[in-house]
Design a protein around this ligand. Structure first.
Ligand code: HEM
Length: 757
């Protein structure tokens, strides 16, 4: 593929689409709930609906059949300054039902009461059977042009801008479950291309639990809460999950990814995405290639520690959702490069011995480099969660000319499943007409009627061929942009319920993944297995999973067995050679720090700690990050700088780095009876520093976060058990001097050396 200065092309083309980080530069803390500051008293002067916040954007205003309406996006929101019924009749009172006298019974006649309650009663729709918990954002994709040599899809052409909507999700939990659980993450992208909608419905892991979609109900039933007690929620740490994956060892590779740090991402913005299956691309010359799609995050791939993930599950169950929305609001727009691994389309459909139709296998990037073909920027938050993030409907079968599916048996079942489930979830067959799902290409599909039909289809002849409607719609051909399936030869065969012999290899790539991990990543994997299996009730399930671990690596098995207090079994299968793939490890490079949270501990009673707070905050904002000022009590310090967290409300897991400007004495509420974090010996007078600050330092140190201190902050550092010489700890003369070094440390995500090998 020929490279045409892709980044220059994209920067020029994306310039208009990507908002600059204006608010970041204006030093606004993200999270503002509305587009204006509310008054203290209830407003009484009638006015129209307020505009959306500047970081928000709704779907384009298209008709159900894809035509641009030219209407502003607010046209689909509330209209006018008066409260009305759903038919637009103005109302004078919504606080009192219509009654026979002030103390009398409510009258059936009260249409407004009945309409209000009835609509409320039906506000909920079924949640997704999997991936129920998700967060979405709007953005733009810009093609580099480099993909055109293998794919004729118009949206890949150099400089072409295509609107996108992305939904990230967890797989197992219900809609209200916590974001930071150990799980695979969905990464689904809807490209509204001029040739129709392309959905890339992937995950943050490149492999899947099963090789054939017929087993999807089995793996999902095993992973969901137990059917009797309905526990545990959004967890794989339970008997049914490990029962299934230990009996069904093709799941072991994906399970190993789940037990790695990939299962607890720091942020959606810091995840890779994978199409998982192999796709078939066709170029304008009609030549085909097999490819795997990859999303590469600009910010690198980073994870939480397990303790952080667990604490956040309680302290901020919306951690990933908030992180995404705040980063976009702050102007730190997340970016990914879309890339492809390209393989020759041979009859065997293998590459370097890897079966490209087996979704439990990767092709190491060292064997087939990921070639960038475009860049995606997420630049707007949805205006309405339900209308957009909840009602968006992705489908693996939504492909455009130039992109085709393959015979991967997992993919084949998915091609059936998505529309089928959406028929129920979205209440009928017309969900493609919901604004977020409307194509940006003309639609003339001869599909008619059904629940919630939004189209008003003219004509008398929704069938082909016809003469009554002048023959419309006509079949297109390739020259008119028709989607034409790649004419793949199917070898002569018999109908069977069977898989090819290559699908029997369940362990070689799990060994490859393990061999590619750094020492600290391996420790995390050992701990994850030990935790998860330790939560199982049945000993035989633990023993059976240990047998599977023995086939992956004896050391891994031995360490987990030790933690479980069980003997380590030996491998029974012959070992395979594994050449490590460094691309699989998350450790060892440096990345941008956009949108990271920096905690700054100050003392309102210590003017020295507030001296350069304003310029320090500006420097943090200027570096594309968000400062979080932490003090003993709320309000404002150093003039008008808001205190965002108090010692009672804040916790270390919210920040990526900690700056200590002060050593605040224990505040009056540093009492275990008021705030257990204060600890048994933390009462006023018992310590030189508020014990919650000490805990902040201790936790940040334990989680290998960068810590900086100056002035009085050096005493707080010492109280937390750290000194200037410690790895990842910076002591300096001023906040700005310390910040520079902390930024350098943050670029590596963590001070990894704090976790000795
Ligand atoms: C490589 C394997 C798979 C990947 C990467 C994957 C990915 C995803 C993603 C990202 C979503 C969430 C979409 C959204 O945000 O709305 C999703 C939903 C779903 N997936 Fe899959 N999935 C896989 C396998 C399967 C299989 C094998 C089936 C069934 C045979 C299946 C059935 C479903 C269903 C029913 C939903 C809910 C869709 C909805 O209600 O809108 N998935 N999947």
């Amino acid at each position: 593929m020929d490279a045409k200065n892709p980044l220059d092309t994209v920067k020029a083309a994306a310039g208009t689409a990507v908002r600059k980080a204006a608010e970041m530069l204006e030093h606004k803390v993200p999270g503002v709930p509305g587009s204006t500051t509310p008054p203290l008293e209830e407003p009484t002067q009638p006015q129209g609906p307020l505009p959306p916040k500047s970081d928000q954007d709704g779907p384009q205003t298209r008709t159900p059949t894809g035509a641009e309406t030219g209407a502003p996006k607010t046209a689909v929101g509330p209209q006018g300054e008066w409260l009305t019924t759903s038919d637009g009749v103005r109302l004078h009172d919504t606080d009192h039902s219509l009654k026979a006298g002030e103390r009398g019974p409510t009258l059936l006649q009260d249409h407004h009461l009945r309409e209000k309650i009835t609509h409320f009663d039906h506000e909920r729709i079924p949640e997704r059977v999997v991936h129920a918990r998700g967060s979405g954002a709007h953005g733009v994709f810009v093609g580099y042009g480099t993909g055109s040599s293998v794919c004729r899809a118009a949206f890949l052409a150099e400089g072409t801008q295509t609107p996108v909507f992305v939904r990230f999700s967890t797989v197992l939990g219900s809609r209200g479950s916590a974001d930071t659980v150990r799980d695979t993450r969905g990464f689904a992208t809807k490209f509204y291309t001029q040739e129709g909608t392309f959905d890339l419905v992937g995950n943050n892991m490149p492999v899947f639990f099963i090789q054939d979609g017929i087993k999807f109900p089995d793996i999902v039933h095993a992973a969901k809460p137990h059917p009797d007690r309905e526990i545990p929620q959004a967890q794989s740490a339970h008997d049914t999950f490990w029962d299934f994956v230990s009996l069904h060892t093709e799941a072991q590779h994906h399970t190993l990814w789940n037990m790695s740090d990939r299962g607890i991402p720091r942020s959606f913005r810091m995840m890779e995405g994978f199409g998982v299956h192999t796709f078939r691309l066709t170029n304008t010359a009609g030549e085909t290639s097999l490819v795997k799609f990859h999303w590469k995050p600009k910010l690198g791939v980073h994870s939480l520690t397990w303790e952080e993930a667990q604490l956040l599950g309680g302290l901020d169950p919306d951690f990933h959702r908030r992180d995404l929305a705040d980063a976009i609001e702050a102007g730190a727009h997340p970016q990914w490069e879309l890339g492809v691994q390209v393989f020759p389309d041979t009859p065997e459909q293998t590459f370097e011995g890897v079966d490209l139709l087996d979704p439990t296998k990767i092709v190491p990037e060292e064997l087939a480099p990921v070639q960038p073909i475009g860049q995606m920027t997420l630049n707007a938050n949805p205006v309405n969660f339900f209308a957009e993030t909840e009602q968006v409907a992705f489908h693996v079968g939504h492909v455009v000319p130039g992109i085709d599916v393959t015979d991967d048996p997992l993919m084949q079942a998915r091609l059936f499943s998505y529309v089928d489930t959406q028929l129920t979830r979205l209440g009928g067959p017309n969900f493609n007409q919901i604004p977020i799902n409307r194509p940006h290409a003309p639609v003339n599909d001869m599909l008619r009627d059904g629940f919630h039909q939004d189209g008003v289809h003219g004509g008398a002849a929704p069938y082909r061929p016809n003469s009554l409607d002048g023959g419309n719609p006509f079949d297109a051909d390739a020259d008119n942009g028709a989607f034409i399936e790649a004419p793949v030869r199917i070898p002569e065969s018999s109908k069977v319920r069977a898989a090819p012999a290559s699908f029997d290899d369940h362990f070689s790539q799990a060994r490859l993944f393990w061999a590619s991990m750094s020492a600290v990543e391996r420790q995390h994997i050992v701990r994850a297995y030990t935790f998860e299996l330790g939560k199982c009730y049945e000993q035989v399930i633990k023993e059976r999973q240990l047998r599977a671990l023995a086939e992956i690596d004896a050391d891994l098995c031995e360490q987990v067995a030790t933690g479980l207090g069980l003997p380590a079994p030996s491998a029974t299968l012959p070992p395979t050679e594994s050449t490590p793939s460094p691309a699989l490890s998350q450790v060892g490079s440096r990345w941008p720090v956009d949108g990271r949270m920096v905690g700054i501990v100050v003392d309102a009673d210590d003017p020295d700690s507030l001296g350069d707070l304003s310029s320090l905050r500006s420097a943090v904002f200027g570096a594309g990050m968000v400062p979080l000022v932490v003090a003993a009590r709320g309000g404002q310090v150093a003039g008008d700088i808001p205190v965002q967290r108090t010692f009672a409300t804040g916790r270390s897991v919210e920040v990526d780095a900690l700056l200590l400007a002060a050593c605040p004495a224990p505040a009056p509420d540093a009492l275990p009876s008021r705030d257990e974090k204060a600890g048994p010996v933390g009462g006023p007078g018992g310590s030189p520093v508020d014990p919650r600050v000490r805990l902040l330092v201790e936790e940040c140190y334990r989680h290998a976060k960068a810590i900086g201190a100056w002035g009085g902050g050096v005493d707080a550092l010492r109280a937390g058990g750290c000194t200037a010489g410690d790895v990842g700890v910076v002591v300096g003369d001023s906040g700005s001097a310390v910040l520079d070094e902390v930024l350098g440390l943050l670029a590596s995500h963590r001070a990894w050396e704090r976790f000795p090998a």
